[in-house]
Design a protein around this ligand. Sequence first.
Ligand code: NAD
Length: 498
Amino acid sequence: MSTTLPPASPRHEERLLIAGELRGAADSGTFEVLNPADGTVLGKVADAGPVDMLDAIGAARRAFDETEWAADRQLRKRGLTQLLDALIEEKEELREELIAEVGAPRMLTYGAQLEEPLEKFRWHIDHIDEFEWVRRLDDAVNRFSGEPSQRWVVKEPVGVVAAITPWNFPFGLLLVKLAGALAAGNTVVAKPAPETPWNATRIGRIVAERTDIPAGVVNIVTTSGRDTAELLVTDPRVDMVTFTGSTVTGQRVLECAAPTFKRTTLELGGKSASIILDDADLAQAIPQALGALAHSGQGCALPTRLLVQRGVYDQVVAGLTQAFAQVPWGDPQDPSTMAGPIVSARQRDRVADYIRTGKEEGARLAVGGTVPDRPGFWIEPTLFVDVDNDSTIAQEEIFGPVLVVTPFDTDEDAIRLANASRYGLSGYVTSASTERALRIARAVRSGTFMINGGSFSGGDAPFGGYKASGIGREGGREGFEVFTETKTIGSALPLPLA
Ligand code: NAD
């Protein structure tokens, strides 16, 4: 194992990692990776088929059953620290890769796209020592023999984990799954989204060449094939699926995982309400509302549905109309850019369809709404006002730079409208009143909530959704625990557990 940068490594890693080996697909297939900012082909990556996926699952199974990974916490700490150190060394390459393959604005790589995930990874390594792996309960008495019995609760890894991730935050979303699953002692087959494979294959190369992580513990399989991907959720050798993606795919994953009773955690879509009360500081609330445009709206927890109290509604709409027209969008390389391209032609067309539907359903288009005629995949930042909360654009996740604004009268109305959604990922409120803000925060059915621009970000913070936004949590103690099984032991022999 080398501790220095591998010489002459390719800028982008094209190979799969299966059973410790970096290799192409069995049938030598590849697929192209595009630059969303101009539509050009950046390069290619291995296109795994069923044979490769089954190999990867077999390798993860053997690594779980036959190596020390599941039992040896010191090995896990060492291997994961080596991985983190190498990722930090290659951080600038990761940054350029994210900007190129995702179209991620450079600005975001200093937060949720790159730097924050690295911090979260460190938290998980530290948590290996802090987690309560063993808990002793009060002794019991055997009801037949009358002898005392020790009682213990021990936490064990679940087994082989399939990690399936989307394209919008490909590095962070994969890293948090790897962090939790691996720190808890599981082995992993990771399948990144086909649009954005290179951050994942880079992780694979680092694991293989720069860490003591045993062969088969981490497998990275890129594929353009849905049937190949689906093997991960049907194969009986996989014990758990951790999925992030759309709600419709999440439903499919849950169905496929049911026959083999896989533990399944789902991080799905959102249509999070952001509420501006009539006592809010509008100088703060209006710029915060622009958060809906971050990464061109391609974020699951963004405040994409703005509810504004009637007394300040006209002021907010006027302020937003002005702010939207000036928002920095365009070249993701430019450090001031907030909204870059849309990841693919398919997604761009989907967003354009929603804009058309919004107009047809009678919402007032205040700003934007066009598909710019230029290379790459783009949508102009778009503001719809006077939107009916029951309409399509207020109910469905658009995943583009589109904010919908709806007026309301009372705090009760705001809560009712915020909850009148199948989703429950996140929520936001701006108010001068702690009492009103807290009441709304507690009443909105969502997995996270932010008051007056507050942030919950950190490795120790669980993240996830209520309702159709998901099942389970990622990150924090709750997210770590999801990757463990619980075994309760009664013993007439004193046990040396720790
Ligand atoms: P998607 O559901 O189309 O795909 C997600 C992943 O699942 C991809 O890797 C895809 O190849 C894979 N996949 C698709 N069908 C599969 C199947 N049948 N079996 C196994 N794997 C399959 O989602 P997307 O378009 O890549 O990402 C956007 C969606 O992700 C949005 O809905 C967004 O809200 C959601 N998302 C949620 C969170 C969260 O934490 N809640 C975070 C980011 C993105």
